[in-house]
Design a protein around this ligand. Structure first.
Ligand code: NAP
Length: 297
């Protein structure tokens, strides 16, 4: 079977249209316009770019968005109070706090302070636990975007061996939990790997579905991929590139040029998973505004 691109650009444009239509309908019916709030601490270039594109996407689909900024000298308590203010503001439906945070602030504490019903990034332990149990929950935006991709390309997952490289709380771990659930996409036999894993190339080679989320540019090479595998590249790193105006190029965890010909489906970087992540956030915020995930809060 010839290789097919899992085209995040195409899918995200499609999903944005769907969200825009939904928001327009809410507006027509005089309903609550979904409102996403982002908190950004410091001026890290990458975080600025991510948050700006999240805010811009909300605007494009007619949603409301608010950016709350702090210097990186903000105290943990000040930040927690800002989170509590959003929790208590009925006009604000979803809240994301852009990571990473400065070392003096506990990201876990911040995530646990976000009300689970507004945690559209799906990082709160209650959302992770509910997701693991298969209860209604906000699912971490990147893994949710990957599920959406698998669904929209009708990729068979039941009974397949899915190898997830990386066990981070925001990508690898939830991805592995989701792929083993008794639903579609899911029902995979899942192996989760990390920096202490032995024989990683052998394990990767046994994957029908390989999800790379380790943050090591071009780490996955052709010899680590089985013929016909589905390869999802979550990695997104800046590497110096003198030929680019910006001075850097965006690279994934997969050496695309040599891996792609072996695969049945593969995501490009950029233009793959990253664009889906933003869509998940907006979809979750619409659900939050509609009160669809949590009732009774
Ligand atoms: P992270 O928190 O740094 O976690 C990386 C994981 O990879 C860890 O579990 C680590 O193992 C594992 N790892 C590192 N080196 C390895 C190696 N040589 N062999 C096997 N496993 C190894 O990273 P993250 O936040 O999950 O992000 C991963 C990548 O995805 C980054 O490039 C990030 O920019 C990108 N990302 C993209 C999106 C998107 O929307 N496209 C969203 C989120 C993240 P240990 O646990 O043993 O340290």
């Amino acid at each position: 079977m010839p290789m097919q691109l899992l085209d995040g650009k195409f899918l995200s444009a499609q999903i944005k249209q769907e969200i825009a239509a939904e928001v327009a309908q809410i507006r027509e019916q005089g309903g609550k316009i979904p409102h996403l709030v982002a908190i950004l601490v410091g001026t890290l270039g990458r975080s600025e770019t991510y948050v700006a594109s999240k805010m811009k996407s909300c605007e494009e689909v007619g949603m409301k968005s608010t950016l709350i900024r702090f210097d990186d000298t903000v105290t943990e308590e000040e930040l927690l109070n800002a989170v509590r203010d959003v929790n208590n503001n009925p006009d604000m439906d979803g809240l994301i706090v852009q990571l990473p945070l400065p070392d003096h602030i506990s990201a876990d504490k911040v995530m646990e302070t976000i009300h689970p019903a507004k945690d559209v990034d799906g990082f709160h332990p209650i959302n992770i636990g509910r997701m693991a149990k298969g209860l209604p929950a906000y699912i971490s935006a990147t893994p949710q975007g990957i599920l959406e991709m698998l669904k929209r390309y009708d990729i068979k997952t039941a009974g397949k061996h899915c190898v997830v490289v990386g066990r981070s709380q925001i990508v690898g771990l939830p991805m592995a939990i989701l792929m083993q659930r008794n639903t579609y996409p899911g029902n995979c036999t899942v192996t989760i790997t990390h920096s202490r894993t032995q024989n990683l190339p052998d394990i990767c080679r046994s994957a029908d579905i390989l999800i790379a989320a380790l943050g090591r540019p071009e780490f996955i090479t052709a010899d680590m991929v089985k013929d016909g595998a589905v390869v999802i590249d979550v990695g997104l790193e800046r590497v110096p590139d003198a030929t680019k105006k910006s001075g850097f190029a965006l690279k994934g965890d997969v050496k695309f040029d040599e891996v792609a010909p072996r695969t049945s489906y593969i995501t490009p970087v950029p233009g793959g998973v990253g664009l889906m992540t933003i869509c998940s956030l907006m979809q979750n915020t619409v659900k939050a505004a509609r009160g669809e995930v949590y009732t009774g809060f």
